[in-house]
Design a binder for this molecule. Structure first.
Ligand code: AMP
Ligand code: MG
Length: 349
């Protein structure tokens, strides 16, 4: 299949192209599209054949459920058995936006979309292209991140094209996304609600609206024999091909330790990479250096993270050392993804 790659500006959605994309979805086809978090691989969420195609295109395990994207709050009712009052509050506070909520699913939602679960994940994204596209597609677009399973999520149209060229009918490309890591997921079927995946909407922001909220402990550390509650979180996602290790500690100790490791790796003939803060990056002895932004600017680190991991693959780097980043606010989400990419390999110095 030929993939039509259509470029446009985020602020000027190309209506003709998006209408065509909507027709593709209504006919059971696949279209990748930008959201404010990462690019999504979209299909009709109420059509089980379309959901099967999404899993096949990504090589995604079929027990890893999809998020259904809506573009009108009223459409939520069709997908769920009931809307708990707390979900209404969160929707009022954060939708449209980078928050996904889990509900008991209605009959209309096929089990193919929910990976066999009786619950459904729903998000109302805030991106001009996504919103028009979802409306043109009939209102219910199931979409996981538009990467091949196991690769870092795509934050640029070119990432999507690299991974899914020839597997989808169309790619709507509006350049780099704003946030760069996936939505916060909150399970609304338990009391108190529970964060299953950290993201731009932080624990503190959710607490301000709801009072108490639980956090799935597996988002912070690997626990022997305990599976994450979001099925997708158990897979080693976001992995670069090179072996990634995180070095944590005081800034000057980290810098020293990383340089020592880099020199050792070079002596073994390995091609080396480093992810460092703007303050430190010049000082490193690596072949490939990635500047993650200023230490306290977790938003920039988040936006660059997946791009940096993909760059290392292109540069054919064998070993990568990364500084640990601040866990303030969205830093928690950044460290959650970085730890997964590193298979939880951390050296404390
Ligand atoms: P992605 O869209 O690629 O970021 O993946 C969607 C994420 O949402 C995966 O980690 C899924 O496991 C999670 N998810 C989707 N639906 C549910 C659900 N019904 N219950 C728990 N987690 C879900
Ligand atoms: Mg994903």
């Amino acid at each position: 299949m030929e993939t039509k790659w259509i470029k446009m500006l985020e602020e000027e959605p190309d209506l003709e192209a998006i209408k065509e994309a909507g027709r593709i979805i209504k006919n059971g086809g696949l279209v990748a599209f930008p959201t404010e978090t990462v690019y999504g691989l979209g299909g009709d969420g109420l059509n089980k054949e379309a959901s099967r195609k999404i899993y096949a295109a990504k090589g995604r395990p079929s027990d890893n459920p999809l998020i259904i994207h809506i573009a009108d709050l009223a459409d939520l009712e069709k997908l769920v058995k009931e809307i708990p009052p707390k979900a209404k509050k969160l929707a009022d506070a954060f939708w449209p936006g980078p928050l996904t909520m889990i509900f008991e699913k209605s009959e209309q939602v096929p089990f193919e979309t929910t990976g066999g679960l009786a619950t459904v994940a729903v998000r109302y994204p805030n991106h001009p292209v996504a919103l028009v596209f979802i409306k043109e597609s009939g209102g219910f677009v199931a979409a996981p991140s538009a990467n091949t399973s196991g690769r870092p999520s795509p934050t640029l149209g070119t990432h999507v094209y690299e991974d899914l060229k020839g597997r989808i009918e169309m790619l709507l490309d509006s350049g780099e996304v704003g946030i760069g890591i996936e939505s916060t997921i909150v399970d609304m079927t338990v009391e108190p609600p529970m964060i299953l995946r950290p993201g731009f909407i932080t624990e503190e922001m959710l607490k301000e609206v709801l009072g108490h909220i639980d956090v799935d402990k597996t988002t912070k550390e690997r626990l022997e024999g305990v599976a994450p509650k979001a099925p997708g979180m158990k897979y080693r996602h976001y992995a670069p091909k090179g072996e990634l290790t995180i070095i944590s500690g005081k800034s000057e100790h980290v810098r020293e330790a990383i340089n020592k490791l880099l020199i050792e790796a070079k002596e073994k003939g390995l091609r080396t990479g480093v992810i460092g803060t703007e303050e430190n990056i010049e000082a490193y002895e690596a072949h490939v250096k990635m500047n993650a932004g200023k230490k306290q600017d977790e938003l920039t680190v988040a936006r660059r993270l997946y791009s940096m991991l993909r760059e290392f693959d292109e540069e054919k780097v064998d070993v990568i050392y990364s500084e640990a980043f601040s866990e303030n606010g969205m830093g928690q989400a950044v460290m959650n993804r970085l730890l997964k990419a590193a298979g939880h390999k951390v050296i404390q110095v």
